[in-house]
Design a binder for this molecule. Structure first.
Ligand SMILES: O=C(O)CCC(=O)C(=O)O
Length: 320
């Protein structure tokens, strides 16, 4: 989930993220139907994977881990077992930093390749033209995704294919772990957002429910300080769940409610220089915050255990 509202009521994804609970659920119905048509096994996952007993039962089906490949990783000598152990304990591991030349190549690609605003393919612009694009489209543009264009970038593909990532995914999720997402996107600060846009966009803790067991690797491709939209993760919330958060239909919950239960001291704000990388179990509560002054450029590589959704693969809410 990303922080991308805009003020037009016809934008279902914006309502789905920012409206009241009933409107949010109703707005997601077409998306759910698309998922169901593509993969009927999505429905039991969607209904049951939010509950701890069913998740634990599913985890018992994990296949054993095949031997690691011997090929060298761009991340150096990090042990997948150690990362998986930390993931099991806290839900997040940091210290997977990109080599500078890889970070620079992806950042250059992202600057030079037009992106799509607010997940809409009709809103295409170059990141440096963001202010002009907002005027041209008459819309607040909070995000810009490159969708499948990311695969034109050799360095991004090298990250996606790095042997350490699949090795960590297998040690954590089981031998059947497979690639399910690869995306790059900008999160833009914007002058034209109303106060309402900003307050809706900024803080919404949520958990991901795209598969039974998932892992997401995130890489900052621009420097991210407290004002550049850092990612926030609530440690421990991946395997301890308030009953209310298991029986809810909604994945998003207020910061007050989440921090009140899982503990403010467990919320980690991930800041770091361009190239900083971390991996998390996205069943734990997390969120992206709004970039206040400088755009944030991010890459995500996600792993799961089921057939990947075509819709989600490059971050697209619904394939239109
Ligand atoms: O933008 C971010 O930092 C968070 C992305 C996110 O919430 C997600 O991929 O589920």
């Amino acid at each position: 989930m990303l922080d991308t509202p805009n003020s037009r009521p016809k934008d279902l994804e914006a309502i789905a993220r920012t409206g009241g609970p009933l409107r949010r659920m109703a707005a997601r119905v077409p998306t759910y139907l698309t998922d169901l048509r593509e993969n009927p096994a999505w429905l039991p996952m969607f209904v049951l994977a939010r509950t701890i007993p069913f998740r634990r039962a599913h985890w018992l089906t994990a296949r054993s881990v095949p031997p690691s490949t011997k090929s060298a990783s761009i991340f150096g000598d990090i042990k997948a077992q150690d990362v998986a152990a930390e993931l099991r304990r806290t839900g997040i591991f940091s210290g997977l930093d990109l080599p500078p030349e890889i970070q620079q190549e992806i950042a250059t690609f992202a600057r030079e390749t037009p992106c799509f605003g607010n997940f809409e393919r009709g809103l295409e612009f170059l990141a440096e033209d963001h202010a002009e694009a907002e005027r041209r489209f008459g819309r607040t543009l909070l995000s810009g995704h490159h969708f499948e264009r990311v695969l034109q970038c050799k360095a991004a593909v090298a990250v996606q294919q790095d042997p350490l990532l699949i090795d960590i995914a297998r040690h954590y999720l089981g031998g059947e772990a497979k690639l399910i997402t690869t995306r790059t996107w900008w999160s833009f600060p914007t002058k034209s957002a109303s106060e309402a846009d900003l307050s809706r966009a900024s803080f919404k803790f949520h958990f991901d429910l795209d598969d039974w067991r998932m892992l997401k690797f995130f890489f900052y491709l621009s420097d991210v300080d407290a004002d550049a939209g850092p990612h926030v993760y609530v440690k421990g919330s991946h395997n301890r769940r308030r009953l209310k958060h298991q029986l809810t239909l909604l994945v998003g919950h207020s910061a007050e409610e989440v921090l009140g239960f899982y503990g403010e001291q467990n919320a980690v704000t991930m800041t770091g220089k361009a190239g900083t990388g971390f991996v998390e179990d996205p069943f734990g509560f997390h969120m992206g915050t709004l970039a206040k002054h400088t755009p944030r450029l991010m890459m995500e590589v996600g792993f799961g255990v089921s057939k990947p959704s075509k819709r989600r693969y490059h971050g697209e809410p619904v394939i239109r």
